[in-house]
Design a protein around this ligand. Sequence first.
Ligand SMILES: CC(C)(COP(=O)(O)OP(=O)(O)OC[C@H]1O[C@@H](n2cnc3c(N)ncnc32)[C@H](O)[C@@H]1OP(=O)(O)O)[C@@H](O)C(=O)NCCC(=O)NCCS
Length: 261
Amino acid sequence: MDQSGTELQQLIETGQGRLELLIGWDNPAGQRLAMETGFTREGVRRMPDGELQVWSRLPGDPAGPAPRLLPDLPGGELSDGVVTLRPLDERDVAFYAELHSLPEVVITSVPPVPPSAEEVRRRCGRAAANWLAGTRADLVILDTATGERAGEIDLYYQEPPTQQAMIGYSLLPSYRKRGFATRAAQLVALWAFAETDIARLIAGAAPENVGSQRVLERAGFRREAFLRSRLPGPGGTRIDDVQYVLLAGDLLAQASSGSDH
Ligand SMILES: CC(C)(COP(=O)(O)OP(=O)(O)OC[C@H]1O[C@@H](n2cnc3c(N)ncnc32)[C@H](O)[C@@H]1OP(=O)(O)O)[C@@H](O)C(=O)NCCC(=O)NCCS
């Protein structure tokens, strides 16, 4: 713990009342310090020049560190030698804007509209904070051989009480049909089952999105349900969703049957 951490610890030990920290979304180090010292995230304070995260600590709160639903990646990345996954950050704004302007990516997004430049900056800039908060892990898929950005894969921890999370992914056109999405889904699934308490990993695809369904089958997911009108479509329409699920046991069964990509 650095000097500001030591000072914060002293304040906690001597303080009688409520301690409050306002932390910028672009300050994951501050957020880590708050978590390490037992602060609880309360919400978001809207300010004229932007939003701040509100963290508080009361006397009697358990000493930190607060539990992490989504821990850091071991060594900062995941790789199988062909693709490498690393956390999305503010360096990825141009790539993210390019990927999310593609019509076939927009139509599979919720909502199905291209994000504004401001929204792109916000998503990239807040990715580290969301990961620390345990709500989502946004990852860039890199071509390991060149280090170039090929796509993204995101894990949304939507239902911690039932230990169910969802993944979604997209590739730039020049990197498709090379097994990258399948490999990325497998890497995220292995990490999720090994390093988090996630028990069910789900993913959805539009009925006509054969490519995405094939990715999920190759990655060991099983088709589970057909959800009618599940998602908002363009112009006020609704889109059906084919839902797939992967359990840790499915991966083990796949491994013991010798199936590999
Ligand atoms: C869907 C998508 C992610 C597939 O990524 P990818 O890296 O090309 O997928 P993979 O190379 O891992 O392909 C896995 C399998 O699916 C097949 N496949 C991939 N795209 C396909 C397509 N458009 N039509 C039919 N089969 C397809 C591959 O041939 C491969 O099959 P195989 O195992 O029998 O050889 C990519 O096309 C994409 O980004 N699409 C736009 C966004 C999107 O649909 N995202 C998913 C939202 S649910």
